[in-house]
Design a protein around this ligand. Sequence first.
Ligand code: GRF
Length: 210
Amino acid sequence: MPSQAEMFPIAVMASGRGSNLQAIIDEIEKENLSAQIKLVLSDKPDAGALKRAERYGIPAKVVERKHFPSREEFNSALADAIEASGVRLVCLAGFMRILSSDFISRFDGWVINIHPALLPSFPGLDAQKQALDYGVLVSGATVHFVDEGVDTGPIISQAVVNVEPHDTVETLSARILAKEHIIYPDAIRLISLGRITPGSGKRAQSASHF
Ligand code: GRF
């Protein structure tokens, strides 16, 4: 097992249940991913992700929007917390707020996100419902670098799922989520190995998972 000094230090930001956080933890525990989660940061004190962090002894912090007069001050408090943790990569995993460009530039673009659709289709909220409503026959998940837009940054990796005739938002979401849990830790691994960097361009270049 690599020493802690060799482990790629990351932060995970999550507002909800934290199943992607759990997938990252699981891959670290299985030694498939040589990373260390130095901080789980949430804007919701009741986020399931915080309970998961506690269970594994991972430092966690809550920064709530309501405690800050402006979005800028909220974003800079989030960035301060992350900077203090000394990480090289910020992983958004169901963090339900749009981060400012100041936040992203403080980490030189080393911020990634997972989205439950094949971007650039269906960005924003309720991606699985958008896909069903449109009537697409395939959908999936995308890991991408975060820029100042909503789900617009360079794509790192994607996984595809079929949309079945009787799919509901729940069944499609579950099938996509299973793929998310594979491609997110894998993308972190590729970044930790230096195979992908934020400067890789619009097509960040990685793997597709079919
Ligand atoms: C996932 O579907 C992810 O793609 C989206 O938010 C959801 C987070 O789920 N950005 P979880 O909290 O990781 O279980």
